[in-house]
Design a protein around this ligand. Structure first.
Ligand code: GUN
Length: 293
């Protein structure tokens, strides 16, 4: 029987722990955890993500601040907002939603966030700590951290002897995911668009993680029987069967056919997605604890 990994349920237990931690911090140290989320422009998908992040922060008992800036915001204006948030002692986590509009350069903005407030784990200091195996000192990018919680739920903490393949090499996901897996003793391959015979590489994976942004690209014959498949893709595709102009969400994995081969698999939606927000909340309360003590 294939295990369908219930990311919603795991995320809910992470959120419960975050709520207790936030409550304790407020009662014992008088510190209310604060998260600031910044969004620039009108991208509807980004707005949907940001509202659910802000809403969840409130639900966790945090101070939740959302800065919605117009499309024509300049680099200087955005940089100035980050400086204000860096200096604000009531804010423990800062998240600038990506992608930014094309005229803005995201890299200097991300690197200007104080590393201890970088709850996205994208600052070079946090990426460097992860790369050097300092998992407790920094902040880890939320989606890979969440995906890793799901992997641990299946395989435990020690992945010795297991082959893991991560498709995708972004700073936001692929690179930190590979670092987490190798730190847990997996033998890790990072595959990407230039990889030769991707299907054969994937078939070698005991843990296959797909983050390519291509709807249902991973097929059943890419999956080793019994493997754990973690689908990080969220793609909106047309669904004429639901009516004209209707759409549905699919991952990077062809779920129905791969579920027949895999030992465990995450659905889309309801797999990795809910974990991202849960880990963002966890990072924020961790940042608040570190600041207070
Ligand atoms: N856009 C899509 N995913 C993310 C994320 O995890 N963090 C930020 N800042 N932007 C994103």
């Amino acid at each position: 029987m294939t295990t369908i990994i219930d990311g919603k349920q795991v995320a809910a237990s992470v959120i419960d722990a975050v709520k207790s931690a936030a409550r304790e911090l407020e009662q014992d140290a008088g510190v209310k955890t604060g998260l600031a989320v910044v969004i620039v422009g009108d991208d509807p998908a980004s707005h949907a993500y940001v509202s659910s992040k802000s809403r969840m922060a409130k639900e966790c008992g945090f101070t939740s601040i959302q800065h919605t800036l117009p499309e024509e915001t300049t680099q200087e204006e955005l940089a100035a907002l980050v400086q204000t948030l860096n200096a604000d002692d009531t804010i423990h986590g800062i998240l600038v939603q990506l992608p930014l509009p094309k005229h803005l350069n995201s890299e200097p903005i991300i690197q200007s966030i104080l590393p201890e407030k970088d709850v996205d784990g994208l600052h070079v200091v946090n990426a460097g700590k992860l790369a050097t195996g300092d998992l407790d000192g920094g902040l880890i990018s939320c989606t890979p951290a969440g995906a890793m919680v799901l992997v641990r739920g299946i395989h435990g903490d020690d992945l010795s002897g297991l082959n893991a393949v991560v498709i995708g090499r972004s700073n936001l996901f692929g690179k930190p995911m590979a670092a987490l897996l190798v730190n847990a003793n997996a033998t890790v391959t990072t595959a990407h668009s230039r990889t030769k015979d991707l299907a054969a590489v994937c078939r070698n994976a005991d843990i296959l993680v797909a983050a390519v942004g291509r709807p249902e690209m991973v097929k059943a014959d890419w999956v080793k029987p019994g493997a754990t498949v973690i689908d990080v893709g969220i793609n909106r595709v047309l669904a004429p069967e639901k009516g004209e102009g209707k759409s549905r969400l699919v991952g990077d994995v062809a779920f129905e056919e791969c579920a027949k081969v895999a030992g465990a698999i995450t659905p889309v939606p309801g797999g990795v997605g809910p974990m991202t927000i849960a880990m963002l909340m966890a990072n924020t309360v961790i940042a608040a604890y570190r600041k207070s003590g």
